[in-house]
Design a protein around this ligand. Structure first.
Ligand code: MN
Length: 288
């Protein structure tokens, strides 16, 4: 890169990749949306989110803090169109490569199934791991239309690896999924109304987590008034200020990975992409 050029295909403020620092973050995109059941287009999410990342200042006014953390953008993984399980395996091995370099992954989706590989790789390294999952949906189906690997089963596959699960912003689930939650001891739920009405209880819960944390954010957790271009838009979602409060609470914790998935748009300047980019930018500002 020359002094007066920039790379719009890399996340804004990302560092050059020739000298990799340990304990940094590494962005990878997963341009995959083959199991999408409603609004497709998440395969272009990584492109539009990166493009939207250039809309922010290095100084984050919301938190009165400069974005000083070192992070890299390693581009997109080679997905296998039409094959979710194979794509998940490639994501898992790519995240393993990052972890071998002591770099924590940030994944831009792509459909939510991208999280499966990342969580499996991270789970291998941490005997105790809490997955904090922001989503309108539980994604706890054992199978979805006969498929074990799908955007709708991702948290079931994650939970099967033995992680504790915290689901925030939930407002859509099947009776089977509710029964599964009730039959387990380590899935904690804060439905959307609980977040709106009792944010202090959620903050208290988050700051008392004492395991490493993987944070998975489906963009449909945000109200579709602000982030309409997702795979399964669901009314009654969170506001940006609530997401900011959640990330701020987690800034005191050991967060070892992040994904921001399901942005489904093919338009530069897309509002869902802007919100997704802002979430990643806030995360990088607060969590080092
Ligand atoms: Mn969802």
């Amino acid at each position: 890169m020359l002094l007066n050029t920039y790379e719009p295909w890399k996340f804004a403020f990302s560092a050059e990749t020739d000298n990799l620092e340990k304990n940094s973050f590494g962005i990878i995109g997963v341009p995959f949306d083959s199991t999408t059941s409603y609004h497709s287009g998440a395969r272009l999410g990584p492109i539009v989110v990166r493009e939207a990342s250039f809309g922010f200042e290095k100084y984050n006014t919301v938190f009165n803090k400069d974005l000083t953390s070192v992070f890299y953008d390693f581009g997109d993984v080679n997905i296998v169109p039409g094959n979710c399980e194979a794509t998940c395996e490639i994501v898992e091995s790519t995240v393993n490569e990052l972890l071998n370099l002591s770099i924590k992954p940030i994944i831009i989706g792509g459909e939510h199934s991208a999280s499966i590989g990342a969580i499996k790789a991270i789970r291998e390294r941490y005997p105790k791991l809490t997955v904090i999952h922001l989503d309108a949906h539980r994604d706890l189906a054992f199978e979805f239309v006969g498929e074990k690997y799908s955007h709708a089963t991702v948290m079931r596959r994650a939970h099967e690896t033995g992680v504790d699960l915290v689901q925030i912003g939930i407002r859509s689930a099947s009776a089977d999924e509710e029964e599964y939650v009730n039959s387990t001891y380590n899935i904690k739920t804060f439905k959307n109304k609980a977040v709106h009405k009792h944010m202090d209880e959620l903050e208290y819960f988050l700051i008392n987590i004492n395991t490493p944390i993987y944070l998975s954010i489906d963009m449909d957790v945000v109200d579709p008034a602000f982030a309409p271009h997702v795979g399964n838009p669901t009314p009654g979602g969170l506001f940006m200020s609530e997401i900011e409060t959640i990330i701020e609470a987690l800034s005191h914790k050991n967060v070892v990975g992040l994904d921001v998935v399901e942005t489904a748009s093919d338009r530069l300047g897309d509002n869902t992409a802007v919100v997704a980019a802002k979430i990643i930018y806030d995360f990088l500002t607060l969590i080092e």
